[in-house]
Ligand binder design. Sequence first.
Ligand code: AMP
Length: 554
Amino acid sequence: MLSTMQDVPLTVTRLLRHGSTIHGTSQVTTWTGEGEPQRRSYAEIGSRAAQLAHALRDDLGVDGDQRVATLMWNNAEHVEAYFAIPAMGAVLHTLNLRLPPEQLAWVVNHAADRVVLVNGSLLPLLAPLLPHLAPVEHVIVSGPGDRSLLAGAGASVQVHEYEELLAGKPESYDWPELDERQAAAMCYTSGTTGDPKGVVYSHRSIYLHAMQVNMAQSMGLTDHDTSLVVVPQFHVNAWGLPHAVFMTGVNMLMPDRFLQPAPLAEMIESERPSHAAAVPTIWQGLLAELTAKPRDISSMKQVTIGGSACPPALMEAYDKLGVQVCHAWGMTETSPLGTIARVPAGVGADEEMGYRLTQGRFPAGVEARLVGPGGEHLPWDGESAGELEVRGPWIAGAYYGGAAGEDFRPADKFSEDGWLKTGDVGVITANGYLTLTDRAKDVIKSGGEWISSVSLENELMAHPEVAEAAVVAVPDDKWGERPLATVVLKEGASADYDALRSFLAERVAKWQLPERWAIIPAVPKTSVGKFDKKVIRRQYADGELDVTNLSDQG
Ligand code: AMP
């Protein structure tokens, strides 16, 4: 028997209509660096999204599922693009402005972007790339910036001014009724190995994910709130916030290009947001700024942290400032909300921190399983560590193949039965709380057991003479792999390997203790500040590290 329910597609268009009417007075406030911020109501965003759709269709001839890219900061115009492009049936491709230029060119060509909407301040990045972006026919420039940089763009590219294109266009648009499964937006992963991979979100996945973001057990915001959206719109749809707030009327405070700690502190003090979302490094920077120059941040009750693990000390520091940090885990492939660390009912105050420091609990829309070293499924006992696999209506099932290619499912990213292999290793408790212990490529597979490089590093970094420590797997004849500990000592420190090993021996199981040690001047880092263990593994393989093997010494 089929249901008797109406079959109304879940589309971005519905979010746009709802937000711009029912929540028409809610606001997007964009920081301008000097003077008054720019303020725009959701009703105005709705009218301007209609004007943008007219400009794209009538003036630029964007049709069907053609790709329109954005190379933009978080601001009101970017929100307009977020709604206009998918609602007219085209596909929004948000470009990560921190990708190396050659990767940026690669993704524009792979996605076959016909139009690029760019903030003027990012023209120094886009202009030199244009000769290498064959599919791009139109560039639309918004906001301050030196237009003369586009002088050499060539005859094949037409340059437009955003505000001039919108001026005089009708403020409503006959939005087409779309299939909820069709592509709405796409975002490429910023993988450090191989080419970036395209994740294509559907209208349905965006809609369902936005509902999850809004749930009380997730971010749980309402139209009484203002959210400072630091997490970039070019990275996994700013964690779905622009879509979620059009459901609920939460106001958005957008930092544009002013992402340094001082302007962030200033905008919190003057615009008084109640919530904010960003990666841990932003919160570390802000904390240092607030310590050096205290500001009134009393409006901010709650912040969502994700993207990498939240250090306990950071959470405690914000607790002292009256700001509740809520930890979440996700990936480009998971839209991104995969878990969020709300404390369960019935636990005492002394247990709360333990829950808040986990990556969090899976919502109903995300199914999870752990797969062990031999491919076996592991129990949720809080102890058995395995690679996390997930599935659900807002989880990727494949990567975009490009104009000529088929969508593809590499075996290291998707299981045979269609689950996403996250590449993250962790444990899950019986009540569904995930704690990540490593990345799959970094975990040390020693004699059929897994050693967490992250926990060895955390223990080592607790030593008073250690500034930083990175632990990597190296080949071992007997065990397959064993840990190599590379340590950066604090200035003037004199710890020796025996002392460090004894320190570790009090904290981890004996079979996990590294035999191989090296003191290094600094841990190599990736462009986003994560430890670059690939480099350490290569240095070891090439014999560039001065390694002491304690087992050789008896
Ligand atoms: P991306 O696709 O660039 O957003 O990166 C996703 C990856 O970031 C995940 O697979 C994790 O390895 C890492 N990550 C995200 N959130 C967290 C978190 N809360 N704790 C630890 N790692 C995280």
